[in-house]
Design a protein. Structure first.
Length: 414
């Protein structure tokens, strides 16, 4: 295991004899969403290899998935963005002292920050995955960082001295696989018409909910005759609900399913799937044509000519793609079943070659073993620097409030 990859590559495959590790996996939430599903699926695979795994995260619909897999679950208080509360740190410390993990893997900034603060009192080996488009600087410099795109790998290699490895979106290609379309539609109460599906968090982050609402408006305005299924919830779901209400007088029938523990039938029933990140990759595993959603009106079809771009950006985009608008893409796909079949076959093959969860598990296990072999659990100086950067970040957020407060209490000149 080298300290830094010589190219934008991935964590190396295992080179030493496997042994039993105690692994603590910490998703930032446990509702339907790509990062959480990846965390749980990889944790299950590591457990199946003989490691002892605990999943520690705030309660949500995916807790049932954890229990169904036979893994141990420990509840965590909810994380609130890039802030940390004493109750969150105390809970982290309690589970760390009870479980005594060899390595802790956090997903996204909330648990990464809480563990950074907790490690001042309980040093621990920490691996951090960040699936967002930016990486916060309050993750300690010596923590192995796993961004999901080649762009972020290069940016973080320039910024931080510690190890950075590419960990792209991953899919369990045995669990997420082509299903009987007619059976899936029957279970969902759907007919034979065109079905467009979206699965993911309806959040303000990355314009996710805004993109889904814009898609509904675009297809409804264009008179597309289809059923549009949305699985997921989030802090901006009201925006999608409003778009669904606007569509009631159109030919577009919108179904809002909320959080769904197993969205497999929603993927399987679709003729076309819209999505970003791991949601797009999971749709590919079902052998579906995928239109990738990004920010500010980005929509682009996944095909051979765009696959390299999406590998670099993590199935995301920002701004107009320069291609056909969404309604035109969907109309063209609806009119050509053979084209849809070819695109679906290409999607499935691409997932098998590049985004398999088996390959990702091999790489992750190698990284955990390398971390467990390190003599130093965590360098206090690196943790202290990270906490200092977080303190400056919070102070910068509070500065306008402090200036207003000082202005109110400062006597005015006579």
């Amino acid at each position: 295991m080298t300290t830094r990859p010589s190219t934008v590559g991935t964590v190396e495959d295992p080179v030493c004899e496997p042994r039993r590790l105690r692994i603590m996996v910490c998703p930032h939430e446990l509702v339907t969403g790509g990062s959480q599903l990846i965390a749980i699926d990889l944790a299950r695979r590591l457990r199946d290899r003989g490691h002892e795994v605990v999943v520690y995260g705030p309660g949500g619909t995916l807790v049932d998935r954890i229990h169904a897999s036979g893994m141990t679950y420990r509840p965590a208080p909810p994380y609130r963005g890039d802030s940390v509360r004493p109750t969150v740190v105390r809970s982290f410390l309690r589970v760390l002292r009870q479980f005594r993990p060899d390595v802790v893997h956090t997903y996204e900034s909330g648990p990464a920050l809480a563990l950074t603060v907790a490690s001042l009192l309980a040093p621990v080996r920490h691996v951090a995955t960040v699936g967002s488009m930016t990486v916060p600087d309050f993750i300690a410099d010596d923590v192995p960082l796993l961004p999901g795109t080649g762009q972020l790998v290069r940016a973080e290699e320039r910024r931080r001295p510690g190890p950075v490895h590419l960990m792209p979106v991953t899919v369990d290609t045995a669990l997420d696989a082509p299903r009987d379309v007619a059976a899936a539609r029957e279970r969902l109460g759907l007919g034979d018409g065109l079905v467009v599906s979206v699965v993911g968090r309806l959040s303000a982050e990355h314009g996710k909910a805004l993109g889904v609402a814009s898609a509904i408006d675009a297809l409804a305005t264009a008179g597309v005759d289809a059923t549009f299924i949305v699985a997921g919830a989030g802090d901006d779901e009201h925006r999608v609900a409003a778009a669904a209400r606007r569509a009631t007088r159109s030919r577009l029938r919108v179904r809002l399913e909320g959080n769904v523990a197993d969205p497999g039938d929603i993927y399987a029933a679709a003729d076309v799937v819209l999505g970003m990140g791991s949601s797009a990759a999971r749709a590919m595993a079902y052998g579906k044509p995928v239109v990738v959603q990004g920010c500010r009106g980005f929509w682009r079809l996944l095909e051979a000519s765009s696959a390299g771009l999406f590998e670099e950006t993590g199935f995301f985009g920002d701004g107009p793609s320069g291609g056909p608008p969404l309604a035109e893409l969907v109309r063209n796909l609806a009119a050509d079943p053979e084209w849809r079949a070819r695109l679906g076959a290409y999607s499935r093959q691409l997932v098998l070659e590049r985004y398999s969860a088996t390959t990702a598990t091999n790489r992750l296990e190698a990284l955990y073993l390398a971390e467990a072999d390190r003599r130093a659990v965590r360098r206090p100086a690196a943790v202290a620097r990270a906490v200092g950067r977080y303190a400056r970040f919070r102070l910068a957020l509070a500065a306008p409030w402090l200036r207003r407060a000082v202005h109110r209490i400062t006597p005015r000149d006579a």
